[in-house]
Design a protein around this ligand. Structure first.
Ligand code: ZN
Length: 226
């Protein structure tokens, strides 16, 4: 069984050059998909104009089948705002491009994170493709426009729901010392088994600042990993 850190390592190179929010969202996508029992590989991320032109040539002036309708500068990959994924098979080496239930689980998680899915496109369905344009169009991006700090902050807020529910006072957990210690032990165990990757959860439980929504979220991850 492949671990989360192995899964993440396989895609880390492909996250280079991405917009920082898209990168954070993609990292969350990898983690949440893994937690839901569906390890994925990020097969494509940022592409330079030259790389895009080479891809466009495939199936046209070069051998192979057509994989894109976008010339260099016309793909949202060229702006670091898109990623393509594939399902990582249990052997941890091979990938699958079959659009099945697992595939749709990943699509659901991606949409929650604020990604648009290429499978929803009407003209050219691009099933492995996710993109986050921050309300901009490809035409605007081509003209040099980039997401503002406010647009990025709004998108970032969707990526880390646990940080948001933090601010809700009514949500705070009232735990006895024993309950808190049990919770800390349980979370430490999840961390050790790499079910969760952020030590902040354990620290929060220790400090007694974990909220009910966060506990529910952790429980979901735990159930998904059983
Ligand atoms: Zn793509």
């Amino acid at each position: 069984m492949i671990t989360l850190s192995e899964v993440k390592a396989k895609s880390s190179k492909r996250l280079e050059g991405l917009n920082k929010v898209v990168k954070a969202a993609t990292e969350q996508l990898i983690e949440r998909s893994f937690a839901a029992g569906v390890p994925i590989l990020i097969a494509q991320g940022y592409r330079s104009i030259a790389e895009q032109d080479a891809l466009y040539a495939q199936g046209r002036t070069k051998p192979g089948s057509i994989v894109t309708n976008a010339r260099g500068g016309y793909s949202n990959h060229n702006f670091g705002l898109a990623v393509d994924f594939a399902l990582l098979l249990p052997d941890g080496k091979n990938v699958s491009w079959t659009v099945n239930n697992d595939w749709m689980t990943v699509v659901g998680i991606a949409k929650q994170l604020g990604f648009a899915w290429g499978g929803d496109w009407t003209s050219f369905k691009d099933y492995p493709h996710f993109e986050m344009l921050f309300g901009l169009t490809t035409v605007q991006l081509r003209a040099g426009q980039r997401p503002t700090a406010a647009q990025e902050a709004a998108a970032m807020a969707r990526i880390k729901p646990s940080d948001n529910v933090n601010e809700k006072e009514d949500d705070k957990l009232e735990l006895s010392k024993y309950q808190r210690e049990t919770l800390v032990k349980a979370l430490q165990g999840m961390l050790d088994r790499k079910v969760i990757s952020d030590k902040a959860w354990v620290d929060k439980a220790e400090k007694g600042t974990l909220t009910a929504s966060e506990l529910l979220w952790l429980n979901t991850i735990l159930i998904a990993n059983k």
